[in-house]
Design a protein around this ligand. Structure first.
Ligand code: GLA
Length: 664
């Protein structure tokens, strides 16, 4: 079944969540049926953690209970996203395959008692996972309830065991070809790290001081490829028995043990889980960040919010509740940016077990609760948005994201601890979000020509091909902002010699960086244009670029901090320090103005999110989400799908989905 098949099957957008009926009994199942109808649930993810029940001992399956639940859901009009349970091997697995347990970097073997207690590179785990996936696919490949396959759950856990070492060496041989090439790539001439036999090469386990950065980066790349291989194995056995689309739920934004561009190419449907990590406007900005990343990884294909919490905001050391109305606003925040629905973890809050305090669609308090009332209201809303299915969002600004650059910036021995890749990327995205501009993420080697403006906020590592691509983008008329400490190493983490960044970027930017000069903690500097910066400075020489702001005082007095270079038909901008928020926002506003990228709805105040979904046939819908505390007039009064009427004003916290006149 194609994704269009799934959309047709659901009759619109998806609404529902993880459903774990094995935690309950008959009277509750009956109530579930009734409540799911009331909430207009049309998709339930079943079986994510059911391995122990499905295969109580190795090779012996018990499907009777699952048969009954799938039949019941089907009879109730709920389609099933059927999971393979391979993220949580049963306790017997520990005893039968002790060699397949995960080992931490410091040598501790982890055993069952939680979840994810397996080494993805262990042959015994891989064949056990493929076997259970095949058994499920054989039995349920044509089951009328099954609309989607959900392989595993949030692939992410790492392992440093002996199986990993063997697989890592195999991967390294394929990548580097010879030990000489590996020694060269990893710079093992330093610190007596030279390898004379493959058996000496290990995963980056706990060691005395800084790890070898090349080894650490290759390990991340290897692991990502290992995840892809494990996913493909399950996907392919499922495809042998079923024509329904296959997905896996990816953890965005901050959790990154795999190359999300690569895995997105392997799935039939990109699906993400998203739990905001800040309350209030932070949660809304984080929602937009996660959703824009998902849409970008999906490369314009439909994608799906597979999990969120009804009342869960992970704020550091505690879980905060959402404010009334946020269940709707966060869900619409995802749908606005292209999600084909809104699903949750989980349907019914667990009475016992490790996640008994995680929020759910039916809370412990039962259906007579604020949460269930909001869930039911949301179900009604999602059911009314069916005409949007298959439409997407077009952005005019791209933020460059490269997992290699992320992993490389996670390494040891960098000049300062202020290089949190994720935080830098989010700041760039949030600044655009606050300016009312929707952004895509793009890979540095993508065709970027459709974007008038591209931001490269944290491109520490860039291969030659990426640097050449960015130079071409500027030469052909694009505007590129490169930020400090970018383009300084190649794909082997070797420093660019002769001045940073990589030569093609130096040409496009018209500058040459001679020195990195991290600032002291809490040091604040003032630039010649009055703006303020922290954390980082660089000794930059203009080689053709005009200086828009210079450093003041100290040895960098008068040297360029912010530059702009006319190159070919475009402009290359370079920012060599970390501007404070208002000054960074002013810079982004200036770039948007120079490139003619307007906010989606310039007349709306900050805090009111506006995003348009477009269908290929010209139909358009404007999402308006008022995260602020003031009522605002609707910029283009039109038929609102949420109220079924015309709206002129958005109350504080209010939302609207307006059917706009069709585009010509
Ligand atoms: C993730 C997992 C779920 C659940 C939720 C809530 O998204 O996929 O199984 O653990 O988090 O914590």
């Amino acid at each position: 079944m194609t994704i269009q098949g799934l959309i047709d099957r659901l009759g619109g957008l998806a609404f529902g969540g993880d459903y774990n009926p094995e935690q309950w009994d008959e009277p509750v199942w009956q109530e579930d049926d009734e409540l799911m109808r009331r909430a207009k649930v049309n998709l339930a993810t079943v079986g994510v953690f059911s391995w122990a029940l499905l295969e109580p001992e190795e090779g012996c399956y018990d499907f009777a209970w699952l048969d009954a639940h799938l039949d019941r859901l089907h009879a109730n009009g709920v389609a099933v996203d059927l999971a393979t349970p391979t993220a949580s091997p049963p306790p017997w697995f520990t005893l039968v395959h002790p060699d397949a347990l995960p080992v931490t970097a410091d040598g501790t073997t982890l055993v069952h008692g939680s979840r994810d207690t397996y080494c993805l590179a262990a042959p015994a785990y891989r064949s056990a996972a493929s076997r259970i996936a095949a058994a499920l696919a054989q039995r349920y490949g044509d089951h009328p309830a099954v609309a989607l396959w959900h392989v595993h759950n949030e692939y992410a856990t790492l392992c440093w065991c002996e199986h990993t070492a063997v697989a890592f060496r195999r991967w390294l041989r394929a990548r580097h070809g010879s030990l000489d090439a590996l020694n060269d790539a990893w710079g093992t001439a330093f610190w007596s790290q030279h390898y004379t036999g493959w058996a000496q090469v290990l995963p980056p386990r706990a060691t005395q001081w800084h790890k070898n950065p090349g080894q650490a980066l290759d390990f991340r790349r290897f692991w990502s490829d290992e995840v892809l291989a494990a996913f493909r194995e399950q996907r392919d056995v499922i495809r042998d028995h079923s024509d329904r689309p296959v997905t896996t739920n990816l953890m965005v934004p901050g959790y990154q043990n795999l190359d999300l561009w690569a895995i997105a190419r392997e799935v039939d449907l990109v699906a993400i889980d998203h739990y905001p990590d800040a309350p209030g406007p932070g949660a809304a900005a984080d929602t937009a960040f996660g959703a824009d990343r998902a849409r970008s990884f999906a490369r314009g294909r439909p994608w799906l919010l597979m999990e969120q919490g009804t009342n869960t905001v992970y704020a550091g050391d505690r879980t905060l509740g959402k404010e009334p109305g946020e269940i709707l606003r966060h869900s619409l925040g995802h749908i606005a940016r292209g999600s084909e629905g809104a699903l949750f973890f989980q349907w019914r809050q667990s009475r016992a077990g490790a996640e008994q305090w995680h929020s759910a669609m039916v809370p412990h308090a039962g259906p007579d609760s604020r949460i269930f009332r909001e869930v039911t209201a949301l179900g009604e809303v999602v059911a009314g948005l069916g005409e949007l299915a298959g439409s997407t969002v077009a952005a005019r600004v791209a933020v460059l994201h490269d997992p290699d650059a992320w992993w490389a910036l996670d390494g040891d021995g960098l000049p300062s601890p202020d290089h949190g890749y994720h935080a830098i990327l989010r700041r760039a995205h949030r600044t655009l979000w606050e300016a009312g501009v929707t952004a895509d993420f793009a890979h540095p080697e993508d065709d970027l020509s459709r974007y008038p403006l591209v931001l490269a906020p944290a491109l520490f590592l860039i291969p030659d091909a990426g640097a050449v691509n960015l130079r071409r983008y500027v030469a052909d008329g694009g505007t590129l902002l490169v930020q400090h400490f970018s383009g300084v190493v190649d794909e082997r983490l070797h420093a660019r010699l002769g001045g940073y960044p990589a030569a093609p970027l130096r040409e496009a930017l018209g500058i040459r960086v001679e020195e990195h000069r991290p600032l002291r903690r809490s040091e604040r500097i003032t630039l010649s244009d009055g703006s303020h910066a922290t954390a980082w400075s660089e000794s930059v020489r203009a080689e053709g670029a005009e200086t828009l702001a210079a450093y003041t005082g100290g040895m960098l007095e008068d040297s360029p901090a912010l530059t702009r270079h006319r190159f070919g038909a475009g402009r290359g901008w370079y920012l060599s320090t970390t501007l404070e928020d208002p000054d960074y926002a002013a810079l982004i506003a200036r770039l948007l103005a120079e490139t003619g990228v307007d906010p989606e709805r310039p007349e709306l105040p900050s805090g009111v999110e506006a995003v348009t979904r477009h269908a290929p046939d010209g139909r358009r819908w404007l999402f308006l989400l008022n995260h602020g505390t003031e009522a605002v007039p609707v910029p283009e009064p039109a038929h609102d799908l949420l109220t079924g009427g015309r709206v002129d004003e958005l109350a504080p916290g209010g939302c609207a989905v307006l059917r706009l006149p069709e585009a010509a």
